[in-house]
Design a protein around this ligand. Structure first.
Ligand code: SAM
Length: 258
């Protein structure tokens, strides 16, 4: 299909996918942080069913799958990410246990009620919203099943106007860690653990690989306004992080369904 036949949205999404397909992670995180979160989860066996919602190209899913038994399903809205995800699984010899599928986390999920032992979601629950995600996804978990999600959170009770306004525009559901834990409790989980993702989850594992591909991406799409804006937005986000990282970050929240 030529670009003239595409809607603006299709075009934007395909550019965003192309950009993020070139990096291992589409958000802050690291194998060490994934493994640390996994350390709070017990009782997984070869019969376990695990879902990674908003899995992207599967950076964290592969770490997960290499360290737990059972079947792992990655779900993401973008088919291109799922194609890369399944290629990764195959390359690692995990394709019998790890499958990526296209789907939306805000719709009915392709799992039976009370069938999952673990729901994982790194840097993606914001697409449905933290509280709504915790509430709606709970029905797919078995009793005593776990949820592990990473979510943007405030570290302080007060924060500078510039970073407050940025988050209010992009994700007003950002909140403090105690408030997020209270939401988890209210949604019917025992809050098992929380921890702040270390700075290198942003700098080394997310920003640095993105920086490496930005110039080539700009060159490949020279003159394209959407691409210019996408990269400018990325660079702005990185500058804000460096300036205001004392006030916010990503936090892992691990809960057990009551
Ligand atoms: N979990 C990956 C990681 O940490 O690298 C990806 C995180 S990225 C910030 C957010 C992901 O959510 C993207 O892969 C995006 O395609 C996916 N996404 C956005 N809306 C979605 C939806 N409604 N259902 C499923 N996935 C969605």
């Amino acid at each position: 299909m030529s670009n003239e036949n595409k809607t603006i949205h299709e075009f934007d999404f395909s550019l965003i996918c192309e950009y993020f397909s070139n990096v291992e992670r589409q958000g802050p995180g690291s194998p060490e942080a994934t493994l640390k979160a996994l350390g709070f989860i017990d009782n997984l066996t070869s019969q376990s069913r695990i879902a990674d919602l908003g899995c992207g190209t599967g950076g964290q899913t592969m770490t997960l799958a290499q360290n737990v038994p059972g079947q792992v399903t990655g779900l993401d809205l973008f088919p291109d990410f799922i194609t890369i995800f399944n290629r990764h699984a195959e390359r690692l010899g995990l394709e019998r246990r790890v499958k990526g599928m296209v789907g939306s986390m805000v719709e009915t999920l392709p799992f039976e009620k009370e069938s999952l032992d673990l729901i994982w979601s790194e840097g993606a629950i914001y697409n449905i919203g933290f509280e709504r995600g915790l509430n709606e996804w709970k029905r797919y978990l078995k009793k005593n099943g776990y949820i592990a999600v990473s979510e943007a959170s405030w570290f302080t009770a007060e924060r500078p106007a510039e970073i407050y306004d940025f988050w209010m525009r992009h994700y007003p559901e950002i909140d403090t860690i105690p408030n997020k834990v209270a939401q988890m409790q209210k949604a019917g989980y025992v809050p098992v653990a929380t921890f702040v993702l270390p700075e290198n989850c942003w700098t080394e594992h997310y920003f640095a690989p993105c920086c490496q591909i930005q110039e080539a991406f700009l060159k490949r799409h020279e003159g394209n306004q959407t691409v210019k804006e996408l990269i400018a937005g990325q660079r702005h986000e990185m500058a804000l992080y460096h300036q205001y990282k004392a006030f916010y970050g990503y936090v892992f929240y691990i809960g057990k369904k009551i």
